[in-house]
Write a protein that binds this ligand. Sequence first.
Ligand code: SF4
Length: 59
Amino acid sequence: MNNKSCCQNVNKCIECTVTQCKYHNNTENYCTLDKIQVGTHEKDPKMPSCTDCNSFVLK
Ligand code: SF4
């Protein structure tokens, strides 16, 4: 595939605003990984803030 117009392999299926992550695209709010793992740090998650991206790696 030849899709290098703007950004390094952004995954348009994974929107993300965590700019501190090394997998965040710097110019658009997308992840660059093919897939991510989402988990929770709560016993009984009830809202978005209860969930985590476990694929996060600090830049
Ligand atoms: S790995 Fe998770 S936190 Fe990092 S850019 Fe992708 S979706 Fe965002």
